[in-house]
Write a protein of this length. Structure first.
Length: 301
């Protein structure tokens, strides 16, 4: 059978536009590598679009893409893909499940609570300030800092209808960093750590995807001790969640040391995304990174 790679992107989530940008970059790279490749948008595709595929590359962000559903669908069809499988994707997508896993492993993560409605948020006894963000969302869509009763009351009740349950997380003052990890022939490689200095109040959607809205310090300005701690924690989180292939682990570094915020199993591949920039700093071009991912696709799930 002639090889045909499907780049799966778009979808239905609030991160659709980011996903399309990631997918286009991956598609263009695979074409440069001489691959036979097509883009598939699940929002408009049907089963017949998937059946000819010999491999797939998942670039879906958010619901249906990072939560294990597209991974399970591809597993059923017998189509291999780089990156994490069903279980790790489901854990990584759900911020509460991620925290429960991290805590079970003794890994540091900020205190948190789960709220399912605006009414529950108004009754919540949780010390200010704190972050509020969708439990199963990404790209900081629907996220905010809550510093007072008035901030809390101003949260739009429709956010819960649009995004589902929310995570309330203790606000920690510190340096925002992200640590990406890739797997090559069973070896885990932590890429150069990236420090994020957003010009907005925090690293929100606008700061992530608008050029010039964030200063990226690569490699991060960390002491060798903290850098080593972050690398150890990155590998521990990757293995603890059960990731494969690649992932991104987000941290805050305070005076008490690094603490893990999230584990992202389908990081972005846009022009402003973190993992490709870190890979480039390590010495891997975007095309070389895509080839490495393809070379490490498990033959059997």
């Amino acid at each position: 059978m002639t090889e045909l790679i499907g780049v799966i992107c778009g979808g239905w989530s609030s991160e659709r536009e980011v996903s399309l940008r990631s997918g286009k970059n991956i598609f263009d790279s695979l074409k440069r590598l001489g691959k036979n490749v097509v883009i598939i948008d699940p929002k408009v595709a049907d089963l017949s679009d998937y059946k000819p595929l010999t491999k797939a590359f998942i670039a879906l962000h958010g619901e249906y893409g990072e939560d294990g559903r597209i991974q399970g669908f591809l597993d059923i069809l017998g189509i291999p893909y780089p990156g994490s499988g069903v279980a790790a994707s489901a854990i990584g997508m759900n911020k509460v499940s991620t925290k429960e896993r991290l805590l079970s492993l003794g890994l540091p993560t900020p205190g948190y609570a789960r709220v399912a409605s605006h009414e529950a948020l108004l009754k919540l006894a949780f010390p200010y300030p704190y972050f509020i963000k969708p439990i199963s969302g990404g790209s900081s869509v629907g996220a905010a800092i809550v510093r007072s009763d008035s901030d809390r009351a101003a949260i739009d009740p429709n956010w819960f209808k649009e995004n589902g349950p929310y995570l309330v997380e203790a606000y920690i003052t510190g340096t925002e960093i992200t640590s990406s990890i890739i797997e090559d022939k069973g070896e885990l490689i932590v890429l150069p750590i990236l420090e994020l200095r957003p010009k907005n109040e925090f690293y929100d959607y606008d700061a992530k995807y608008t050029p010039g809205k964030t200063d990226f310090i690569l490699p991060a300005e960390l002491s060798s001790e903290v850098e080593n701690q972050v690398k150890i924690l990155t590998k521990a989180a990757f293995e603890g969640v059960g990731c494969r292939g690649f992932a991104r682990v987000d941290f805050l570094v305070s005076a008490q040391g690094p603490t893990i915020l999230e584990v992202n199993t389908v990081p972005g591949f846009t022009d402003t995304s973190d993992l490709p920039a870190q890979a480039k700093e390590y010495g891997l071009s975007f095309d070389a990174l895509m080839q490495l991912f393809l070379d490490n696709i498990p033959s059997v799930r």
